[in-house]
Design a protein around this ligand. Structure first.
Ligand SMILES: NC(=O)c1ccc[n+]([C@@H]2O[C@H](COP(=O)([O-])OP(=O)(O)OC[C@H]3O[C@@H](n4cnc5c(N)ncnc54)[C@H](O)[C@@H]3O)[C@@H](O)[C@H]2O)c1
Ligand SMILES: O=c1ccn([C@@H]2O[C@H](COP(=O)(O)OP(=O)(O)O[C@H]3O[C@H](CO)[C@H](O)[C@H](O)[C@H]3O)[C@@H](O)[C@H]2O)c(=O)[nH]1
Length: 342
């Protein structure tokens, strides 16, 4: 049995591929390399260069491989970019996901794990950890594009022999403890990566977006989850579906929130380096506070996080950033050649 991982050249997908291979699974990756990297895909995985929206390519991939499950990471993931270009987000996150769901069902494959997001919740009435049953008020086209995909999955599962787990990730950060993968995104906007880059002198400063939120220090609060724990939740989701589990939507977060200023202080402590901080207006589409209630994942998926510490997350993100700084230009040249040659 083989697992198709879309977006397997990206940050989270590349960790997933390593984890599946570690567990003895066969893995096929489909990625357009829009934001991912050929070198980030573990060599033992079979790689198809192309788009999730390409129905003919999907049919070929299903025909050429003994796929029993799909894990769908491919997508566009930046909240502010979705505000600037909403239709691009509805196309890549909603329309292309529809194509993939249809091709998966056509191929007779019935297990589907989907990358959803805490951005489906938006700001809630209370600062309590949010449950899956909360009222959904996405504040950005990104959140809405993912929520529509969840709805398609729900409707498809009601009508077909098709089951899914939608994992609503909170803020994913950190890197593979074995140093094989990490977040390499060019022009990254995620707070922990941005702060590690600043600590290493790759950025001039860090902007704090909003100091007037209704939180203890006025800055946004998020639930940061280590990428290895997130990937473990996907492995459990796969096991759950393969043993006949019913469709499930569940949070993936720890249930503890940290403010932007707390994160920046921790990056300073761990790196031992100071960097410039500027206070800036709120970023469009951002919610004040988003913290998970993780009880459904614990109960239904037997998910037991083992990396739940902000210091540990930041240490691994910083180590990866340091590693990236030392990557030589030969690697970059090789990657460009592979993109050009497809
Ligand atoms: N990083 C987070 O904090 C976070 C939080 C919640 C949800 N997510 C979701 O997790 C998924 C992975 O995010 P990531 O942080 O690894 O992002 P990423 O940009 O590093 O990875 C996305 C990968 O998908 C590929 N891709 C994009 N569109 C494609 C298409 N149409 N066809 C084929 N490949 C395509 C990219 O080249 C890239 O390799 C996304 O769906 C994102 O919305 C991420
Ligand atoms: O340079 C920066 C970057 C971020 N922030 C702040 O830090 C917090 C976290 O921002 P990120 O950009 O790291 O992450 P988001 O919360 O915007 O979004 C991330 O988590 C979401 C779920 O909560 C979505 O899933 C989405 O895919 C993913 O990008 C926010 O309060 C943001 O305003 C800053 O102050 N300065």
């Amino acid at each position: 049995m083989t697992v198709l991982v879309t977006g397997g050249a990206g940050y989270i997908g590349s960790h997933m591929v390593w984890s599946l291979l570690d567990a003895g699974e066969a893995v096929v990756v489909l990625d357009s390399l829009a934001t991912g990297f050929r070198w980030a895909i573990a060599p033992e995985a079979r790689f198809y260069f192309g788009h999730v929206g390409d129905r003919a390519l999907l049919a070929r991939i299903f025909a050429e491989n003994d796929i029993d499950s799909v894990i769908h990471f491919a997508g566009s993931a930046i909240v502010s970019a979705s505000v600037a270009d909403p239709l691009a987000y509805y196309e890549n996150n909603t329309a292309n996901t529809r194509t993939l769901i249809a091709a998966t069902i056509d191929a007779g494959v019935c297990n589907f794990v989907f990358s959803s997001t805490a951005a489906v919740y938006g700001t809630q009435d209370t600062p309590d950890p949010v449950k899956e049953t909360a009222t959904l008020r996405p504040e950005s086209p990104y959140g809405r594009s993912k929520l529509m995909s969840e709805m398609m999955l729900q409707d498809a599962a009601a009508a077909q022999d098709f089951r899914y787990v939608a994992l609503r990730y909170f803020n994913v950060a950190g890197a593979d403890p074995l140093g094989r993968a990490g977040q390499s995104t060019a022009g990254a906007t995620h707070l922990i990566k941005v702060a590690c880059e600043a600590a290493l002198g790759k950025r001039r400063n860090v902007d704090v977006f909003g100091t007037d939120y209704p939180t203890a220090d006025g800055t946004g609060i998020r639930d940061y989850i280590h990428v290895s724990d997130l990937v473990a939740a996907h492995r459990n989701a796969l096991g759950y579906l393969r043993s006949g589990g019913e469709p499930l939507v569940t949070n993936c977060g720890y249930g503890e929130g940290f403010s932007v200023l707390q994160v920046l202080d921790t990056v300073r402590q761990i790196s031992g380096r100071d960097f410039r901080i500027d206070y800036a207006p709120r970023r469009p589409g951002d919610a004040a506070q988003v913290v998970a209630d993780p009880s459904v994942a614990r109960m239904k998926l037997d998910w037991v996080p083992t990396h739940a510490s902000l210091e540990h997350i930041i240490q691994s993100a910083y180590d990866w950033e340091d590693h990236l700084s030392r990557k030589n230009s030969f690697d970059r040249g090789e990657d460009e050649w592979l993109v050009a040659s497809g």
